[in-house]
Design a protein around this ligand. Structure first.
Ligand code: NAD
Length: 331
């Protein structure tokens, strides 16, 4: 089946080609993001394959539908970049990748936490320049601290287990409590109580109308002073301007981000030779107690291999009229 693959980086192309060997779909790789301007590149493709920063809104979907697209396959778990209601109205099915190594993201969240708490990235830059001083590099023991997990689904639960293994007390917030979280000694709290008690808060819930800016000026005002916030879920969960204010006052002691609310125009590209006009990200990276990575938490051999296999399986199922096991709800 002809499939236009947007935001196709080199690794996407080689891994999709490998996953597609038996299925033999006709893959049209497009390096650009899907937007109103690039949608015509998918003309004649019944399937369009996208990633997290592609713009799959109602306008783009209408254009794709006119061109004959009937399936959107996102190479991600989150689907906040897709207007699922508009897709349903246009008769376009949407599939995602629900199951791939949740360890990839949970382990990366732990890595970010350690990096920001123990200033590992700063220390590495210093030693490269021959500076072996320790001033400014002090962190705190995680053992014995309280870690708050917002969203105790697949990734949040693994993160919580790892933190429990570090000797932390884990508390959580989730409208659908998990018995497995209870089993590791986790206690469910309101967001406010969690923010007040936790020394570390890690976000693992999806981005939707209920969770947009779940971390905002009000919730940050109730944060235990000096706590660290980790976000490997979606940028829109955090009001970045409010986080910057909290960093300036010291209310927020550290911030580790793999996702950023305005990441669509920045991430997955080399902008090192251009003038970045986004003052918010520039302010963020100027803090000594902030670490930002470019949406790489999923980027392990295991996770990305599974993402590509599932995507090809969904294309094949759609082509043969078989049930779409990874179809997302119409919204
Ligand atoms: P999941 O569906 O297994 O878990 C999400 C959990 O969030 C569920 O338990 C759900 O009940 C909970 N939730 C829903 N609304 C909530 C709310 N208002 N407050 C608190 N919790 C709420 O999903 P998952 O596989 O664990 O993935 C979690 C998120 O991680 C995804 O939605 C995606 O945004 C993000 N993610 C990021 C990367 C990355 O590379 N950075 C990769 C994969 C996933």
């Amino acid at each position: 089946m002809k499939t236009a693959v947007f935001s196709a980086r080199r690794y996407d192309q080689s891994l999709l080609v490998t996953a597609n060997q038996a299925a033999g779909h006709e893959l049209r790789f497009i390096q650009d993001r899907l937007t109103v301007d690039t949608a015509p590149l998918a003309a004649g493709c019944p399937a369009v394959c996208v990633f997290v920063n592609d713009n799959v809104d109602a306008q783009v979907l209408a254009l794709l539908a006119e061109q004959g697209t009937r399936l959107i396959a996102t190479r991600s778990t989150g689907f906040n970049h897709i207007d699922a209601g508009a897709a349903a109205r246009l008769g376009i099915d949407v599939v995602r990748v629900t199951d791939y190594s949740p360890y990839s993201v949970a382990e990366f969240a732990v890595g970010l936490l350690l990096a920001v708490n123990r200033k590992i990235a700063r220390a590495s830059v210093r030693t490269r320049e021959g500076n072996f001083e320790l001033d400014g590099l002090m962190g705190f023991d995680l053992h014995g601290k309280t870690v708050g997990v917002i969203g105790t689904g697949k990734i949040g639960l693994i993160f919580a287990r790892i933190m429990a293994g570090f000797g932390c007390t884990v508390v959580g917030h989730d409208p659908y409590p998990s018995p497995e979280f209870d089993a590791i000694g986790g206690r469910y709290l309101s967001v406010e109580a969690l923010m007040a008690q936790a020394d570390v808060v890690s976000l693992h819930c999806p981005l939707n109308d209920a969770t947009r800016y779940i971390v905002n000026a009000t919730t940050l005002a109730g944060l235990k002073r000096g706590s660290i916030l980790v976000n490997t879920s979606r940028g829109g969960l955090v009001d970045t301007e409010a986080a910057i204010q909290a960093l300036k006052t010291g209310a927020l002691g550290g911030l580790a981000l793999d996702v950023y609310e305005q990441e669509a125009s920045l991430f997955f590209q080399d902008l090192s030779s251009t003038v970045i006009t986004d003052d918010v990200i520039q302010r963020l990276v100027s803090f000594p107690n902030v670490i930002v990575t470019g949406h790489q938490a999923f980027f392990t051999v295991e996770a990305i291999g599974q993402i590509m296999r599932t995507t090809i399986e969904s294309l094949t199922a759609f082509e043969h009229g078989a049930p779409l096991v990874n179809r997302i709800p119409a919204g």
